[in-house]
Design a protein around this ligand. Structure first.
Ligand code: PHE
Length: 452
């Protein structure tokens, strides 16, 4: 058997893992989820979710990949023949996500260009949904292909293919080493500029003013756990696959902590930048921030263009930085979302990397074309909703219960982690994975089902 590919350096792995975590989720998802779920009070459930589920699961996934050296189906099969399907389920979820994730990156690419001369005009809403997406009224009517969307999406696919073909070191690691530092600089610049705009403090007040009543609302807790799983890229087989390319001597606990903290740090920075800019827009129009803070894709593609329209000087530059940061953040996540499927298919069918990349990316590309039609955004919303509400939680729940309870592997894995790590993990890790996480995630899923 050919030797398994490996990351070139420890920093290379960390940058790739952070590149996977920092994605579209951090820039547009976190700010509005936090805002919708109690503003400042959301920090409490978020941190509890991060400390009791996010970091423990991240370290667990690192240990699984590192110890059993393989893609998710391979790792679960090694743990127990009967459980290979769990790895395929995780791959299925990541496959479903990538088909629409690239679409949003494609939009970001278009909008980076539109930023020059603010091509979206004054009514950014009709520009986005009408001229750009050409959205149809009915869910069932796919409508024709939207060339505006198709072309950038195909360009993104081409870039993804190049990186994926080059493999772990020369592809993913190199892309992360270049894009991540640039992305972080861009975001620092955006945030500093945004908080120094007139009215920024109004926006920050809205983001950080706590609404403690929201803490008794189960939906807020569901949102916090969901955000942490999505944002850390856990429960999709991604981190299992990435850590399978680590050399024998790799500090797993330390890397997990660094990746999680870097991801949350970036998330806060982006939220501060986004809400600072929203405050500016609200104040310049003389309306409350709540009235401009729109959710979902509209935040980035409808409201941000309005902010850029109003920007005091150098507005193209601010636009390019904002949409460029979505583009870079999205790209390094996109390759990570594809890697579990590439690795899984390659191992299962004994293919070369080239063959596996062509199959996986080719079929994901074909499916993604559906979202470049005029009905695209409706399908995108629907798939995103189901994946986030159920797909992730179920995969995470089954993974944790399997390892903590059914196979009772936690102590064994803890020994593995502690043998290679500087920071020793202790009883809290078992406690979180055996108790808190399964209870919270089951409650989450039950509430979601009841609410449908
Ligand atoms: N964690 C990344 C983000 O926040 C990418 C990602 C999203 C990975 C969804 C897996 C699933 O955008």
């Amino acid at each position: 058997m050919a030797t398994r590919e490996q990351w070139n350096t420890k920093a290379g792995f960390l940058l790739a893992a952070i590149g996977s975590a920092i994605g579209l989720g951090n820039i547009w998802r976190y700010p509005y989820i936090a805002y919708e779920n109690g503003g400042g009070a959301f920090l409490i459930p978020y941190f509890i979710a991060l400390l009791t589920a996010g970091i423990p699961i991240l370290i667990l996934e690192y240990s699984l990949g590192h110890r059993y050296k393989g893609s998710a189906p391979h790792v679960f099969r090694k743990l127990s023949q009967k459980w290979e399907w769990l790895g395929w389920w995780q791959i299925f979820i990541s496959f479903a996500i990538i088909t629409y994730y690239v679409i949003i990156i494609g939009w970001a690419l278009s909008y980076t260009f539109f930023s020059f001369g603010t091509r979206w005009g004054e009514s950014t809403d009709t520009f986005f949904f009408g001229q750009y997406l050409g959205t149809t009224d009915s869910f069932w009517e796919a409508g024709g292909l939207q060339w505006n969307v198709l072309l950038p999406v195909l360009l993104i696919w081409a870039a993804i293919l190049v990186v994926m073909h080059k493999g772990i070191r020369k592809g993913i690691e190199r892309a992360s080493k270049i894009l991540m530092p640039v992305l972080i600089l861009m975001m620092v610049f955006i945030t500093i500029r945004a908080v120094t705009l007139p009215g920024a403090s109004e926006g920050l007040n809205v983001l950080f003013t706590p609404d403690f009543d929201s803490l008794t609302d189960p939906n807020v807790w569901i949102a916090a756990y969901g955000q942490v799983f999505f944002s850390l890229s856990i429960c999709f087989g991604i981190m299992i696959t990435y850590s399978s390319y680590l050399p024998k001597k790799s500090d797993l606990a330390n890397s997990g902590m660094i990746a999680a903290l870097a991801n949350s740090g970036f998330e806060f920075m982006a939220a501060i930048g986004v809400f600072g800019a929203l405050g500016f827009l609200a104040v310049s129009r003389g309306i409350p921030v709540n009235e401009v803070a729109d959710a979902g894709v509209a935040l980035a593609f409808v409201i941000f263009p309005q902010i850029i329209n109003q920007f005091p000087g150098l507005n193209s530059l601010f636009g390019v930085l904002f949409f460029g940061s979505l583009l870079f953040a999205g790209f390094t996540s996109a390759v990570s979302i594809l890697e579990p499927a590439v690795a899984g298919v390659k191992e299962k069918f004994n293919l070369t990397r080239r063959g596996a990349v062509n199959w996986v990316c080719g079929s994901a590309m074909v499916v993604s074309l559906l979202y470049t039609t005029q009905g695209g955004i409706r399908y995108l919303d629907t798939v995103d909703h189901f994946i986030n509400q159920y797909g992730i939680a179920v995969a995470g729940l089954v993974e944790v219960i399997l390892i903590a309870w059914l196979l009772r592997k936690l102590d064994d894995l803890k020994g593995h982690i502690n043998a290679v790590s500087d920071i020793r993990i202790g009883g809290w890790w078992n406690f979180c994975l055996k108790g808190i996480t399964p209870i919270m995630v089951s409650l989450m899923t039950a509430f979601n089902l009841a609410a449908e």
